[in-house]
Each structure stands twice: as structure tokens, then as C-alpha cells.
Design a protein around this ligand. Structure first.
Ligand code: COA
Ligand code: AMP
Length: 630
């Protein structure tokens, strides 16, 4: 079937389409129907089924006689370690960890926070939770203690599973002190913590509260898979919104299973036994869907790579991994390719490796700039597929479905909507814009299986953030247009979210941190264009009257403050002191205009501007720190 036929078959019979996709999943009790819309606009999928994610990702493959197949390949250039875990080994390890968690009281519905680097134990921890029906919430290692504390207070975990440390190329990340600090800061305290002691740094364990990963499993009864309802939350993943309080995106069990299983074949063209590598981190949605779950549900092989595209040890690392494990498809963020291209512009290192098994490169997480795509196409000689999705959707809204029908690639476009997504471009008044015209990108409700049904403990916020602006539609927060062939172009965010090295960050959250500094009266954070990371945050600071401290000292302070409060991942290293911020007459800061000035783009002062002269002051201040750059 062609893409158009598949998409039409979904559109004409969504119920039939998803019930058919559901046949890829092993149910304890099959669903009686796909969509549950009784509480619209809150929609659920396969709600009355009984199922278990870990059973589908692990046990069923062993039962089918594929226990010796490789489930996880661990490749860690930063610790010089490599090993593989078969499905049978994974089953033993996960059942044992789940048994130990159960022995300490973790049950269906309990939350377990996971704070781990890129080691296979992170996936085992996720699967152990899934085995028990516990709801995991993985927190990315690059966040500081304060961010971890915010998530602990929101998810209220019974247990926290962490590693003693993470390894960045230039330093060891002391996870355990960060965790201890976060638990001190948080109002909610977990009953216990499980610490995976790494040989690079053994952490101090707090008597009575902390248990070591191995000792804690000694002599426990392995746990079986606990059936859960189709609409049981499988995880909470926090993502940046407009404010400092992150949004807890929920994923339901059955929808996630059906959708991810479907995407493995249809979008990524991955069959059971194939090796599919997503070079991301388990702390992000890409890591949830395509490091931890998608491959395993589908009986394929996943890679846990603890390294960077460059510097571990060089820009040839990706090609080495592809050759060594026979990777069929790689999924990463464009920024990784920009980093590689910068180090090895001629692609000399690529020639050193046998990439004959490599079929497709998938990019997502940020806009894929045409230069990077063209470079990758010419150097790798395989299709380079941009696809667009979000933490909220859990899988691609728009893609080029390599397992259905590879469509012509159009540079700058993540191609066409996937079945399940009826994508529209609306103007501010909620009217459909013309082909080629920019507008807010929205999706007609219901969203398909595997997307967010709600926010954790924040239904009102769910409505406000996603459903209220355009009734009947889900607001993606992205702006863009559709061309005459139905290809989508994702051009910008409509909110205060920026994308730094494929990491989604909130400028609002950074502003809250800056504003907490004693000498700062007012501030704004904007995302300025960066050749490597796509965007970088830049702070504009107005100081309190009478402040006599040196601007440079205050800038140093705030850079440290953001690193300590949000974390190094914020990559906040640019700030400038200004006298005033440009605003509308109603007091709204003109961030978008300042972005244009910093990027050297043409701009027109909005008619509602309070004092146009401030824009000249901003231009001068930005020029003093090198913006716009060359
Ligand atoms: N734990 C702790 N700290 C982390 C971290 C982690 N898991 N990941 C990143 N950091 C730190 C980095 O060490 C860096 O610290 P520094 O300011 O001391 O240098 C900071 O956070 C910013 O990280 P990053 O923006 O990633 O920059 P980088 O210079 O370390 O690496 C790239 C640049 C392009 C190589 C890197 O961003 C990359 O590989 N990106 C791939 C994108 C990706 O995986 N996206 C996920 C969505 S698909
Ligand atoms: P995250 O939730 O971290 O995955 O970030 C999602 C956001 O990243 C989207 O809403 C977009 O703004 C941006 N994004 C992700 N993929 C793409 C893409 N292929 N093209 C353009 N923007 C993208």
C-alpha cells in the first residue's frame, strides 16, 4: 500500500486501523474497542484491555524462542566498556530488580523516579517498573538538584533509582550528591533509594534509606508481569513549558505499546532482530520511545551509547558503532551532525568504516537545517529523514514512512502527517490559512494512541496549555505551513520554549532564576541562533537602581545561578546588562523583536511599542557582545 492509501485507510476507519495495529501486541485481555471518547476532550485508547509493557518488551520474545537474541548493546567510549544483553538475560535481570522493588513495597500505580546516565541499568529500571505496573519518571542527568526536587514533589515517588555517577567527557557528574541535595530540597521524601554503584565513583549510602543495586536484589523472589489496564499510566515525563514548573506528560500503557510497535515497521522500517540506534538519552522522550521501548516491544535490538558524537574519542565514533553492530537505522538530533561536520567537514572518517548495513538516518528534536541534511546525504549515501514530534506525542506527527513508502525528501520539511494525525494550520482566529501561509500548527482531536492523554495531576493546565486556544484541536506550540503536496514545514515555537542542542528548554524558567538575583530588577531570556546548537539562551538584565556592582560580576553570578538551579544542560552562558527592556504599551516584553535583532534579521517595531528608542539601545548592547554574529 502507498502512504496515501495507508493514511486514507486510517482517516476513513480510525477504529479499524488501530484495532488492526493492536494485533502486534500480546494482551492478557484484548481491548473491546480502540477509542474511548466518553470523557471528550479527554480521550483514551484501548482502556478496557489488560496488558503489561515489560511482558511485551521482554518475556514474550523469550517465550517465542528468541531469548538468545540481543536486546541491548551497551557501548560506552567514556568508560571503555562494551557488552550485550540477550532477551533471556534481560528477563532475568528485570524480574530480579522488580522482585526487589516489590519486596520493599513498590506496587502498581506507585511512582518511581529514575535518575541515571546512559547505562543499560537505566532501561532495566524502567522495565522493572513496567513489570510491576509502577509508573516511572526518568529525569535527565544534566538537570540540577533543584529541578530534580521539583519533579520529586510533583510525582511523589515511593522510590528513587539512581546511579552513583554519570560520565561526561570532561568530568564525572556526581549523581548521588545531586540526589541527596534534591531530596533535602523536596517536601516529599521517598521511602527508599536504590543506587547503582559505578566503579568510576562509589557513592556514600545513607543507612536505612539507600540500598545498593546488587545487594538489594540478593535472595529476592523474581517478579512476574502484573497485568494493568490499557489506560494505566506507564510513565510521567516532565518537559519544559512556559513557566518554571515543568509539565508532567503522561503516557498510557496500551496506546504506547500499539503506537510504538506500529512505528517501528511503518516509519523506521525495522524488523525483529534488526539493530536500531537512537543516539539520544533515556531522559528525553526519544530515549523513552526509541532507546528503551520501541525496539524491545518489536523484538529488535537497541543500543545504549554513553558518549558524544565528537570527542569520544573523535567524530568517527558514530560510524564505528554503526559498523561494529550492523546498525540498520540511526536516529539523532541535527545538532549531533553539525558537531560531526564541524570536526570532519570532508567526512574523511566516514570512509574508514563499512556502513553497508546502514540504510537510513532519521533526524528530529529540532529543525533540521538543509545544509546539514545535504551534507549527511552526500557523505553517507543513504536517505536522511527529518521527522517532527514532541514529548507530548511520543512518536512522530510527521515523517517520511520508510516502511510504507519512501516519499521524495523535501529539504526543510519533516514530510507528511502520519496516520492518526489530522494536521491543520490555523490563524489566530482559528481559521484555516491558505497553502503556503504560516500559522499555528494544530491537530484535530482525538490525538492517536501513544500520545499524552493528560498531564500528571494537572488537568486544568492540560486544557489551558493544549486545548483551549483552538477548541476541538490540540495546539502543538509550533508554527509553520503546509505546501501544495501536503508537506509540513515547522518554523518556530509560538511559546517561550527554545531548543538548545535538541534539548527543549523554557526561557520562562530561566527568567525566574535570573529574577531571583538580588541585583536584578527585570530580565528577559531569548533564544538566539547558534551554528552548532541551533539556539542558545541569552539573558538581558536590568539592574536595580543604585546597584554599584560590576556588570561582569553580576553576569558571572547569573550564569552560575542558572547552572546550579536548572543545570548545565541549559547551556546558559550569554548575558548582557541593559537599561531598559522594549515593551508594548500594555507591558509585554518584545522578546521576538529582540531575537530578530540578535540574529540580524529584518524587523519592524510593533505598532504597540511603548518606546521605539529602546530597540536602538538593545541593538547597541547586543553588538557589544558580538550579536548579530557573522
Ligand atoms: N549529565 C550531566 N551533564 C550533561 C549531560 C548529562 N547527561 N548532558 C549534557 N550535559 C552538560 C554538558 O557536559 C555541558 O556542560 P558544560 O557546560 O560544562 O560543557 C552542558 O550540559 C551542555 O550540554 P550540550 O548542550 O549537550 O553541549 P555539549 O557541548 O556537551 O555537546 C553536542 C554538544 C552537540 C555534542 C551534544 O549536544 C549532542 O550530542 N547533542 C545530541 C542531541 C541529543 O542527543 N538530543 C536529544 C534529543 S534527540
Ligand atoms: P521535545 O518535546 O523535547 O521533543 O521538543 C519538541 C519540539 O522540538 C517541537 O515542538 C518542535 O518545536 C521541535 N522539533 C522537534 N522535532 C522537530 C523537527 N523535525 N523540525 C522542527 N522542529 C522540531
Amino acid at each position: 500500500m502507498s502512504y496515501a492509501e495507508v493514511y486514507d485507510s486510517w482517516k476513513s476507519d480510525p477504529e479499524g486501523f488501530w484495532m488492526k495495529a493492536a494485533q502486534g501486541i500480546s494482551w492478557f485481555k484484548p481491548p473491546s474497542k480502540a477509542l474511548f471518547d466518553e470523557n471528550a476532550p479527554i480521550y483514551e485508547w484501548f482502556a478496557d484491555a489488560e496488558v503489561n509493557t515489560c511482558y511485551n518488551a521482554v518475556d514474550r520474545h523469550v517465550e517465542a524462542g528468541n531469548g538468545m537474541r540481543t536486546a541491548i548493546i551497551y557501548d560506552s567510549p567514556v568508560t571503555h566498556t562494551k557488552h550485550s544483553i540477550s532477551y533471556a538475560e534481560l528477563q532475568t535481570r528485570v524480574a530480579s530488580l522488580a522482585g526487589a522493588l516489590r519486596a520493599k513495597g513498590v506496587e502498581k500505580g506507585d511512582r518511581v523516579l529514575i535518575y541515571m546516565p546512559m547505562v543499560p541499568e537505566a532501561i532495566e529500571a524502567m522495565l522493572a517498573c513496567a513489570r510491576l505496573g509502577a509508573i516511572h519518571s526518568v529525569v535527565f542527568g544534566g538537570f540540577a538538584a533543584n529541578e530534580l526536587a521539583v519533579r520529586i514533589d510533583d510525582a511523589k515517588p515511593k522510590a528513587i533509582i539512581a546511579a552513583s555517577c554519570g560520565i561526561e567527557p570532561n568530568r564525572v557528574i556526581h549523581y548521588k550528591p545531586l540526589l541527596d541535595g534534591a531530596i533535602d530540597l523536596a517536601g516529599h521524601k521517598p521511602d527508599f533509594c536504590v543506587i547503582f554503584q559505578r566503579e568510576q565513583e562509589v557513592a556514600h549510602l545513607q543507612e536505612g534509606r539507600d540500598f545498593s543495586w546488587h545487594a538489594f536484589q540478593y535472595g529476592v523472589e523474581p517478579a512476574e508481569c502484573v497485568p494493568v489496564a490499557g489506560n494505566h499510566p506507564s510513565y510521567i515525563l516532565y518537559t519544559s513549558g512556559t513557566t518554571g514548573q515543568p509539565k508532567g506528560v503522561i503516557r498510557h500503557t496500551a496506546g504506547q505499546l500499539v503506537a510504538l510497535d506500529w512505528t517501528m515497521g511503518a516509519i523506521y522500517d525495522i524488523n525483529p532482530g534488526d539493530v536500531f540506534w537512537a543516539a539520544s538519552d533515556v531522559g528525553w522522550v526519544v530515549g523513552h520511545s526509541y532507546i528503551a521501548y520501541g525496539q524491545l516491544i518489536h523484538g529488535a535490538t537497541t543500543i545504549v551509547f554513553e558518549g558524544k558524537p565528537v570527542g569520544t574519542p573523535d567524530a568517527g565514533t558514530f560510524w564505528r558503532v554503526i559498523e561494529e553492530y550492523g546498525v540498520k537505522a540511526l536516529f539523532t538530533a541535527p545538532t549531533a551532525f553539525r558537531a560531526i561536520k564541524r570536526e570532519d567537514p570532508k567526512g574523511e572518517l566516514i570512509k574508514k568504516y563499512d556502513l553497508s548495513k546502514f540504510k537510513t538516518l532519521f533526524l528530529a528534536g529540532e529543525r533540521a537545517d538543509p545544509d546539514t541534511i545535504v551534507w549527511a546525504q552526500s557523505k553517507l549515501g543513504v536517505p536522511v529523514i527529518d521527522h517532527w514530534w514532541q514529548t507530548e506525542t511520543g512518536w512522530a506527527i510527521a515523517a517520511n514512512p520508510m516502511g510504507i513508502e519512501p516519499l521524495p525528501v523535501k529539504l526543510g520539511s519533516p514530510s507528511v502527517p502520519m496516520p492518526g494525525y489530522d494536521v491543520h494550520i490555523l490563524d489566530e482566529g482559528g481559521h484555516e490559512v491558505k497553502t503556503g501561509e504560516m500559522g499555528a500548527i494544530v491537530i484535530k482531536l482525538p490525538l492517536p494512541p501513544g500520545t499524552l492523554p493528560n498531564l500528571w495531576n494537572a488537568q486544568e493546565r492540560y486544557h489551558c496549555a493544549y486545548l483551549n486556544t483552538f477548541p476541538g484541536y490540540y495546539e502543538t506550540g509550533d508554527a509553520g505551513y503546509k505546501d501544495e503536496d501536503g508537506y509540513l514545514y515547522i518554523m518556530a515555537r509560538t511559546d517561550d520554549v527554545i531548543n538548545v542542542a535538541g534539548h527543549r528548554l523554557s526561557t520562562g524558567a530561566m527568567e525566574e532564576v535570573l529574577a531571583s538575583h538580588n541585583d536584578i530588577a527585570e530580565c528577559a531570556v531569548i533564544g538566539v541562533a547558534d551554528a552548532l546548537k541551533g539556539q542558545l539562551p541569552l539573558g538581558l538584565l536590568c539592574l536595580n537602581a543604585g546597584c554599584e556592582r560590576d556588570d561582569a560580576d553580576i553576569i558571572k553570578d547569573v550564569i552560575k545561578l542558572v547552572r546550579n538551579k536548572i543545570g548545565p544542560v541549559a547551556a546558559f552562558k550569554l548575558a548582557v546588562v541593559v537599561d531598559r527592556l522594549p515593551k508594548t504599551r500594555s507591558g509585554k516584553i518584545l522578546r521576538a523583536t529582540m531575537v530578530k535583532i540578535a540574529n540580524g534579521e529584518d524587523y519592524k517595531a510593533p505598532a504597540t511599542i511603548d518606546d521605539p528608542a529602546i530597540l536602538d539601545e538593545i541593538t547597541t548592547a547586543l553588538a557589544a557582545i558580538g550579536y548579530p554574529g557573522s
